[in-house]
Write a protein that binds this ligand. Structure first.
Ligand code: PEP
Ligand code: MG
Length: 900
């Protein structure tokens, strides 16, 4: 247990592991002299003990809690449960990583029938005291006694209806007293016992409930989605209550030191006069913007501004804070790094460097790599948008444009997504129970709630467009429609939302790329886009730090150009089979595949040569002197062949038709025969990759000719090109030797013929476990390795990369696998093979260049791993290059920190 308050503290901000985020920051604020109500933090260690002891607080710990309570009583000169001078406390959860709204809080603890009377006398404010009591029973009933909170809300709603009022503030003393007695009745009815009058019992039950809430299903889901380990546990903060609901000179609020949506430097947030904290978050009453606090309570506003400016400087980051004003005295209740959009993250990071508050390296740590995605998000097509009615405006909670079909529940959102639909989740307000639906939806629209409501906070964090607090939306959940004016929308109707402006629009509006994408595509001048300028500047800082090179997987000159614009330093994978998807070319490659005789096949293949040469020429030209890795053909044959069933149907139709189509029938029959002969039960593990090159060497000869003819031509034009030819899917060195021999022969012949010398290298993909295991041998031939982690994961796990989605969902939900291994490198398994291959490969060839080109090359956590095992580069899709540049820099900075 760690004490804080009265201008000192036993803990500090670096103790998040044991104090949780909230506890560590309360201690820190207290330590630097900010007005924090005194209290103590029960550490996460206790939470772990509690779970071990089957949800019981061990007696020795109870004793220690009571000792700290005594200390709090001494400092505050009040006594817990005392009928003359009662101490009231809040009990709030706080884990190492913030989990907004996931776990539980109880306020006003220490009230019972006796202390209530004293509070009435002491404050001479009967209404206030009863308001606290009804809140306590409500929260305690919900959190501790597990009575559905809807039952309390129903009683409250009924009471307000009887009185003909809307606002909680209009509840009279008498009605609050009645509420307390009805709530007590509910507690008795639901639990078979009275609301506990023993305040110590209240306290221990509340602490236990907070510990238990660590393992509630919504907290578990949140942790899984956010990769937070389950064994951290939560801390509990027991703290002197301060009251924002003690009258017109009291208030409670939340805010950010900068605008969390845009990054603008302004105190941003909201507050409610005469209210307690949960009123702001729950969206029960509509809060006012912090700006108006300046007019209503200028003194407190000034202090708040000073304190929070200090906090921002002290923490070197934008802060998200909570405060309470009790009778014109300001208290700080929380501070932490504020969640923000990708737009805001970049702006804040760059601005803070320019304001001299932080250095570039600190700035790099302020942006989560995935957040960069938002800057590359689609926006509406401006012309199209004009053709759609603006239905309503709500709060611009999370930027980005989205169109989708209306759904009303999280379950429908998930089901819709499964069917391949785009959906917009429409709710009164969201709760942590809706997370899976929010994650499945394109966007979120809510009728109530403010900028810090659940939908807003979570939407921003997920990078989901969200419009919240849209008062014009009237939801009729029973009849399953919502209305805006006299227009009704039912499930399946299309709407569009613009999260950057808070707009709700009729119908489906096509989206178009982000501003950054426009600059990249040359539609806007870079100078006209401050956002682009910041983006480029920020990433240039990352480039100074990172050790990993970043390349792109690109198959066309257009891909290559975008990749270069995002900072690609080369191409790590050209999938040459993708160059044949074009309609013009498909017949030739099909013919090649279907040919039985070598001459026939060679003829078909050489028809492809001019196309290939042209493609390679374009790619090399777009990349200039950056390295380009071209992989020889790796077509899973089934992707290029007609389906057997389709051919059979076509044949049957022809045969029963009247017309004489004998020629066509014979042709189809022959084709069907061939398709049958080529068909494989498991094409992903079949005749593909180098196996194709080994059986049809003419394919590799043609590709090598196309590559070197293009390079020779460019060299003659004065360009410097560095081709790298990569052989796919080898399991043994001998496969590579066979393929390399062909490539080298063709290259040498062509260079000789044209009298030029071009530096080139031949390497291999490592995507079969056997190749990884025998890397020392493979490296005798391979001049470089590139991990094909898509196939390497498939073959290491024995799980098809194309199927398995259903069972995988179960695995992930049950935590049997922590992550989808096709998204994030499975470090203990696939990762171990990679590590081994790097080590063994470099034993043979110390300067062996090693990269990765599976999807994992764009995943930040996998990139960290790639850095740690000493890869030279990662290769990912063009749009992930900014993410990879940042992730690669962050891991270097983390290591620097770890090594002091
Ligand atoms: C891989 O297997 O990881 C890879 C990059 O190759 P492909 O996805 O084309 O099989
Ligand atoms: Mg592969």
């Amino acid at each position: 247990m760690y004490f804080f308050g009265g201008g000192s503290a036993e803990g500090n901000r670096d103790m998040k592991d044991i104090l949780g985020g909230k506890g560590a920051n309360l201690a820190e604020m207290s330590g630097i002299g900010l007005p924090v109500p005194a209290g103590f933090t029960v550490s996460t260690e206790v939470c772990k003990l509690f779970t071990q002891e089957e949800n019981k607080i061990p007696p020795a710990i109870e004793e220690e809690i009571l000792q700290h309570l005594k200390k709090l009583e001494t400092i505050t000169q009040q006594k817990f449960g005392d009928k003359d001078n009662p101490l009231l406390v809040s009990v709030r959860s706080g884990a190492k990583f913030s989990m907004p709204g996931m776990m539980d809080t109880v306020l006003n603890l220490g009230l019972n029938d006796q202390t209530l009377e004293r509070l009435v006398q002491k404050t001479e404010n009967r209404r206030f005291a009863w308001d606290c009591y009804r809140r306590l029973i409500h929260m305690f009933g919900d959190v501790v006694l597990e009575i559905p909170k809807k039952k309390f809300e129903d009683i409250l709603r009924k009471k307000k209806k009887e009185m003909g009022i809307i606002n909680d503030l209009e509840l009279t003393e008498k009605s609050l007293e009645e509420l307390v007695s009805e709530y007590k009745g509910l507690v008795k009815e639901e639990t078979g016992r009275e609301f506990p009058q023993d305040v110590k019992e209240q306290l221990f039950l509340a602490i236990s409930a907070v510990f238990k809430s660590w393992n509630n299903p919504r907290a578990k889901t949140y942790r899984r989605l956010n990769h937070i380990p389950d064994d951290l546990g939560t801390a509990v903060n027991v703290q002197l209550m301060v009251f924002g609901n003690s009258g017109e000179n009291s208030a409670t609020g939340v805010g950010f030191t900068r605008n969390p949506a845009t990054g603008e430097k302004e105190l941003f947030g909201e507050f409610i006069v005469n209210a307690q904290g949960e009123d702001v978050v729950a969206g029960v009453r509509t809060p006012s913007p912090l700006k108006s606090l300046e007019m209503q309570m200028p003194e407190s506003y000034k202090k708040l501004k000073d304190f929070t400016d200090n906090l921002e400087k002290h923490y070197s980051d934008m802060q998200d804070f909570e405060f309470t004003i009790q009778d014109d005295t300001l208290y700080m209740l929380q501070t932490r790094s504020g969640k923000r959009t990708g737009f805001a993250a970049i702006k804040i990071a760059v601005d803070m460097v320019e304001e001299g508050l932080i250095d570039q390296e600190k700035a790099l740590m302020l942006v989560e790599p995935e957040a960069l995605n938002q800057l590359l998000h689609p926006v509406f097509d401006a012309k199209e948008k004009k053709n759609h009615d603006l239905l309503a405006k709500g709060l611009a909670a999370s930027p980005g444009a989205a169109a989708g079909q209306v759904v009303f529940t999280a379950e429908e959102a998930v089901a819709g997504k499964k069917e391949g639909k785009q959906v917009i989740l429409v709710r009164d307000e969201t709760s942590p129970d809706d997370i899976h639906g929010m994650s499945a939806a394109q966007g979120i629209l809510t009728a109530t709630g403010g900028m810090t409501s659940h939908a807003a906070v979570v939407g921003r964090q997920m990078g989901k467009p969200a419009v919240v607090g849209c008062g014009d939306v009237t939801l009729n959940e029973e009849k399953r429609f919502f209305a805006i004016g006299d227009k009704k929308f039912s499930e399946g109707d299309w709407i569009s939302i613009e999260g950057t402006l808070g707009e709700v629009l009729d119908g489906e509006i096509p989206t178009q790329p982000s501003e950054i994408m426009k600059v990249v595509r040359g539609e806007i001048n870079p100078e006209d886009s401050p956002m682009y300028q910041r983006f480029v500047k920020f990433l240039s800082w990352a480039d100074k730090v990172r050790k990993l090179k970043v390349r792109a997987n690109a198959d066309t000159p257009e891909d290559a150009r975008i990749a270069v614009a995002f900072g690609a330093e080369g191409i790590g994978l050209v999938r040459t089979e993708h160059m044949f998807f074009d309609r013009e070319r498909l017949p030739f490659i099909k013919k090649m595949i279907l040919s039985e005789a070598k001459e026939e096949r060679t003829a078909a293949i050489y028809k492809l040569l001019p196309f290939q040469k042209e493609d390679f020429y374009g790619l090399f030209k777009a990349m200039g002197d950056r390295p380009v890795t071209i992989r020889t053909l790796d077509p899973p044959l089934h992707e290029f062949l007609p389906r057997r069933e389709d051919l059979m149907v076509e044949l049957a139709v022809l045969k029963t038709s009247q017309s004489d189509q004998q020629e066509k029938i014979r042709e189809l029959e022959k084709l069907l025969e061939r398709v049958k002969a080529l068909s494989e039960f498991n094409p992903m593990l079949g005749h593909r990759g180098c196996r194709l090159g080994v059986t049809y060497p003419e394919v590799i000869e043609m590709q090598a000719s196309a590559i070197f003819e293009a390079v020779i031509q460019l060299t003659k034009e004065g360009e410097k090109i560095f081709p790298e030819i990569m052989i796919p899917l080898i399991g043994t060195r001998e496969e590579l030797t066979d393929q390399k021999e062909i490539v080298v022969r063709v290259a040498e012949e062509l260079m000789e013929k044209h009298g030029v010398k071009i530096p080139y290298s031949v390497g291999t993909m490592i995507e079969i476990p056997r190749a990884a295991i025998t890397a020392a041998e493979v490296a005798k031939d391979a001049e470089f390795f590139s991990f094909g982690t898509n196939d390497l994961t498939q073959t290491t796990y024995g799980v098809s990369r194309d199927d398995g989605a259903d069972f995988m969902a179960h695995y992930l939900a049950q935590g049997i696998w922590p992550d989808n291994p096709f998204e994030t490198v499975d470090i203990p398994g696939v990762g171990e093979l990679m590590k081994w291959a790097v080590e063994k490969g470099r034993q043979t060839r110390p300067d062996l260049k090693v990269g990765i080109c599976g999807v994992h090359g764009g995943d930040p956590r996998s990139i960290i791993f790639c850095h740690k095992i000493g890869l030279n580069y990662v290769s990912c899709s063009a749009y992930q290059i900014p993410i990879a540049r940042l992730a690669a820099a962050q891991v270097v900075l983390e290591e620097k920190k770890e090594n002091g």
